[in-house]
Design a protein around this ligand. Sequence first.
Ligand code: HEM
Length: 411
Amino acid sequence: VNELHPNAELSPDLYDQLKDYVQFTQEDAARLRTLLPVVRPHFAAIADHFYERVLTFPDAMAVFTEGSAQVERLKKTMVRWLETGLSGPHDHAYFRSRSKIGQVHVLIGLPQHYMFTAMNVMRVDLQKRVLDLAHDSTMTLGEARSTMDAIDRLLDIELAIMLHTYREDSEKRMRDKERLATIGQLAASIGHDLRNPLGVIESSLFIIRRRIGEDDKLSRHLGRISDQVAVCNRIVTDLLEMARNRPPRLKLERLRALTEQAQSSLTVPPGVEIVLDIPAELEFPADAGLMSQALMNLMSNAVLAITSLGDGCGTVTVSGRRIHEAGTPERVEIAVSDTGPGFEPRILNRVFEPLFSTRAKGTGLGLALVKSVAERHGGLVRAANAPDGGAVVRLTMPASLPAPDPTPSAH
Ligand code: HEM
């Protein structure tokens, strides 16, 4: 389970401290409440301007995984944010809901620095509206000054809450890094220790299977045991691969054969069909062991995604093709797609992070291993949702072997 925020509840004490520090008082809250009806008509324009600015930055854009419809939806969210920000009450429930907003931004992988700049765009826009009120004498200059101070204090608190979430996330990443290092050390020894007993279980199952003959009920149970042994084996292999991180031994391999190899070690339930759309002669440089492991992880995820749905029926398609765009080296694209529910759009940018899993039983290693394998091969990997639903993971791999290293010079 994604445990991005083990201490999701930020301490309410922190909120009280923040309010004390910036000296956000009852008078400030009252000023914002008075301001609300006057600036409300401008909220839509403020939200438009806010996203107009965001959209000029490509890596800010990258967090919008659902395109322009999402931006339109967010504009409405922003209007609500302004409404509740000015109306309050600025109590502990308010603080909790604001912390949740911070968590969403961390979850979607928005770089922290955008929070500063974005909050400032908001600050300047709101202050401009207040100054206008002073200019047309709706407010005295003194009132405008105090109202701008109240806005400043509120937005400082909002920013502090957002940044606090980022800090929690980076602390978690550091803990994860340590955890991964420890997993690395443990994996090799545990992996080896488990391989043997799993092997014994497998060979005994094979013998028992032959003996029990026609007993359907027993066969079913044996089938379940052997499926679970396969799951254990996969976890052990992922762990060992992650721990070793060895450079791939590249050889021209046929994608179709690698995929079939991966498929053969996969348990596919009856409702799921696997379709291979791969030209028989399609070759690329690959480490057969690593690459078929990566393909198996992808196919296994795809199968799990389908079986998580109501009737558990659907199709996993593995396709492969050469792509050659002018001016770039030839690549081989491998896509594994399924008819499951698709990735939750807002976590698309993070699904390859180690220990980031949204599945209750996920180890958070499967997709991380896929990424590591693709990158060790000089390729890259992207996750997306197909237009008609379902997840697609695309690997783009070099199509030919790297040129041999030039002979080192005599110096
Ligand atoms: C002052 C700064 C910001 C505020 C007050 C703000 C406010 C919000 C709110 C209220 C939500 C909804 C949270 C929820 O689902 O519960 C949200 C989500 C989101 N925000 Fe922001 N935001 C800010 C900055 C940004 C920036 C700079 C970007 C992009 C570069 C951004 C992109 C997003 C995205 C992609 C989501 C997820 C939307 C979804 O669920 O579809 N936000 N934001």
